[in-house]
Design a protein. Sequence first.
Length: 300
Amino acid sequence: QISKMFGTVVVGVGIAGLARIRDLMNPIPSSPSEHLKLFGFVSRRSFGNINDVKQITLEDALKSKDIHAAFISTENRSHEETIRMFLEAGKHVLVEYPMALSAKAAHELWEMAEQKDKVLHVEHIELLTEEYKQLKKEVAGKDLVKGTLHFTGSVLDENKSGFPAFSGIARLTWLIDLFGDLTVTSATREKQKDKNYSRMTVHFQTANKKPLTWIEERGPGMRREKKINFCFTSGCLENFPEAPRSSVGLFMQDQNLFAKKLLGQVSKEELATEKWRILRCLDLADVIQQYCEEPEKIYS
C-alpha cells in the first residue's frame, strides 16, 4: 500500500519553529510523524537554509500543491491572520497556543476549518508534560474545596503576545482540564509600568460552586514557575507529584497527535471534547480581559 504523505511548511522560526523543523526532520520510526514531509519554512527574516531545509516565500507556501499543512509558530498577534490564509488556501493547520487573541476570531476560524474539511490543531504541550499527567492522576476522583494556581515568569511584550489571559491560556487549560467547566466571578489586573510588572488575578467557580484562583504574574527577573495549592476534602496538594522524564519530546508528541488527526486516527468524541475545551478557554479568556479592562466602578 502507498503510504499517505502530507507535505508541510513551518511558518516562523523562533524557539518553537526551530523545534518544529528539528522534529519534522527526525520523525520517530513507525510513528504517525513519518507521514509528514517538510518542504520548507517561511520567515520574515532571511536565512537561506536551516539544516538543509530551504526558506520559501509565504506566497509559494500558500500556492504549492506539495504543501498540505502549515505549522504556525509566529508571534501570538499574527496567529489569526496566518491561520486564515492557510485555511483559505485549503491547507491543514497546526498552530501554537493561543490560536487567536479573541474568542470571536477563534470561533470563526474553527467554523472555517470545518467548512473546508481541514484539520485545525492547536498545540497544548502543557497537557503533555509528565508533571501534568501525574498531577491529573493525583487530582482524579477527589472533591475540590478550593484551589490556587500561581504562575510567575519574565516580562512579555503584550503587543506581540496579547492580553495575559490569552498568553497565559496554558494555565487556564490546566484548570479546565482538571476541574471541569468554570465560571469567572471576578478578575483584576495590577500593572506597574515603571517596573515592567504585571499581575492578573482571576476568581472562578467550579460547577459545584467551589472557588478557584488563577494568578498570572510577570516581572523582570522573575523565575518561570508554577505553584499550586489545591485543597480537597481529603487534604491539600501543595507540591507537584514526582514525575519521570518522558523519552519523547513535547513538540514531537504534539506533532504525532496532529499527524494522527490528518490520518483520521482520532475519534470524533476526542475531537469534540478537545474543540470544546479550546474554545471554552478562549471564551473565558475574553471574559477575563473584559473584567480587567472595565473602568473602575465609582460608587458615590
